[in-house]
Write a protein that binds this ligand. Structure first.
Ligand code: BG6
Length: 488
């Protein structure tokens, strides 16, 4: 069936941080693809803003190169149309100058959708929002997107939410977590709620445990300044991993309406068993990569990479998470994420329980419990591990086989980047895939004690060699419970 593309009503998208890394790698290519698909109305504009003094023409050259660096087979006609709708303005937020030019550019367009995208340091969210408010740039059809991290703990997240909330109403605020826009994450909802067969099994009676792995091979790259003050717990677990956990664990929402889904996710976050000192000690592992090999080459350790020999910042986290409700009591959720790991792999594994009783003779072989593997990247898809009879003569021998639905093979469609989906949801005003204020704050409430106990703990993060699966303590964390991390 062909993909259905509807054209969006005219909009003005104003990107603060227009010359930044996110604009270069994600936002501009995502917008270009939508141009290619004919979704942008002739009257829609992209207004890039940053403090750099650039002409619109120079910016368009840069935008062209950004798209070309990510997209093969550029279409000249679409590119020409795309560049025509891009403008550039220099606004210095710290010195509070340049706002008049933005005001001027937006004047007379109060009746069309207006979307601010703040791809800037979180310390600028407040000043930018206040200035937007002071210059009367907020219309009824205005929205704002803010990138994570939203705060560095519960208190600072609350402060950010207060400032942004003093200018925009909650229905206008889009807190982006790009994991929610990934194809397979969307599919998790389809799998659970568009099929009847999973729901009766989706509970502690049939599921032994759940594993969530988000593994990267890259190190901190050019983001050492930010990363060294954040670490993996704030950078990945507080948002991406907890959001994945919520989608696995939530009750069926009443509908796909934003608040139905977000209400259910919030209930999960509130049901997480709080991490007291003993739980932090037993159920969390933090690691930091040491020199080793990654993607075939020798790489530096974290301390050398960031040039800070005493840094205690974790680049790896593993945790056993418990959910105190009827559906999940007694079903641990094991999470792990890290940089410079053995391969780039993100997946959710639903491990079903062993058979209550086997009717087969020992010669039939071992019966493995079923697994549902939801692969986020690479090779997005869903795989169900089933037991079947080995075909052919020779009696009953059992074999584990995957029922495999790798999307690229099954559907032959381009893998749409999460940002493409999310930017357009934002412009349309659909908040289903964005985090609500109370969700962000509830996630911090669970994270804060871990941060606190770790900072009181004299022990440094455990070292692991780059190119491995993290510290051995992470393996011990799950094996202590008689389970193992999933390996293909
Ligand atoms: C970002 C983190 O949110 O997600 C990065 O800040 C991380 O540290 C990135 O590398 C991973 O995203 P993806 O889509 O490449 O898995």
């Amino acid at each position: 069936m062909p993909v259905r593309m509807t054209q969006l009503a005219p909009f003005d998208l104003i990107v603060f941080g227009g010359t930044g890394d996110l604009a270069h790698r994600k936002l501009l290519p995502a917008l270009y693809y939508r141009e290619l698909d004919g979704q942008l109305h002739d009257d829609s504009r992209i207004i890039a803003v940053s403090r750099r003094d650039l002409s619109a023409e120079n910016y368009r050259d840069w935008a062209h190169k950004s798209v070309a660096a990510q997209v093969s087979n550029l279409c000249n006609m679409s590119m020409e149309r795309f560049l025509k709708r891009i403008t550039y303005l220099s606004v210095n937020v710290e010195e509070n100058t340049g706002w008049e030019s933005l005001e001027e550019t937006l004047k007379g367009r109060e009746n069309i959708d207006r979307a601010f995208y703040l791809s800037v340091a979180p310390s600028l969210f407040g000043p930018i929002c206040s200035a937007i408010g002071e210059h009367n740039l907020v219309t009824d059809e205005t929205r704002v997107t803010i990138e994570k991290p939203i705060g560095r703990d519960g208190e600072s997240a609350h402060a950010v939410n207060e400032t942004v909330g003093s200018v925009f109403k909650e229905h206008q605020i889009f807190r982006i977590d790009h994991y929610l826009g990934k194809e397979t994450v969307q599919n998790l909802m389809a799998l659970r709620f568009a099929n009847v067969m999973f729901e009766p099994l989706w509970n502690s009676a049939h599921i032994d445990h759940v594993q969530i792995t988000v593994a990267e091979t890259l190190g901190v790259e050019k983001r050492a300044g930010y990363y060294d003050t954040a670490g993996a717990l704030r950078d990945m677990v507080q948002n991406h991993l907890l959001q994945l956990l919520c989608l696995v664990a939530m009750e069926p929402p009443e509908s796909m309406a934003a608040d139905s889904v977000r209400d259910e996710k919030l209930k999960v976050l509130k049901a997480l068993v709080p991490m007291d000192e003993e739980r932090v000690r037993r159920n969390t592992v933090r690691g930091q990569y040491r020199p080793g090999a990654s993607a075939g080459g020798a790489v530096q350790g974290y301390l050398e990479e960031v040039g800070s020999p005493d840094s205690q910042t974790e680049t790896f986290v593993a945790a056993k998470v418990e959910i105190a409700n009827w559906r999940w009591a007694g079903v641990p959720f094991y999470m792990r994420t890290g940089k410079r790991l053995a391969s780039r792999l993100s997946e959710i594994v639903i491990q079903f329980k062993d058979l209550p009783h086997s009717i087969f003779l020992e010669e039939a072989g071992t019966i493995s419990a079923n697994q549902l593997i939801i692969r986020l990247q690479p090779d997005e898809g869903v795989k169900m591990q089933l037991m079947i009879k080995d075909p052919g003569p020779g009696g009953m021998r059992l074999r584990k086989v995957p029922l495999d639905m790798t999307f690229a093979e099954a559907f032959k469609v381009r893998n749409v980047d999460a940002y493409e989906r999310l930017i357009f949801d934002m412009i349309r005003g659909n908040q289903t895939l964005f985090m609500r204020r109370d969700e962000v704050e509830a996630a911090w409430k669970w994270i804060d004690p871990i941060l606190e106990h770790w900072s009181n703990d004299k022990e440094a993060p455990k070292g692991y060699t780059s190119g491995t699966w993290g510290p051995s303590a992470s393996i011990a964390l799950i094996e202590r419970d008689g389970r193992t991390w999933h390996e293909d």
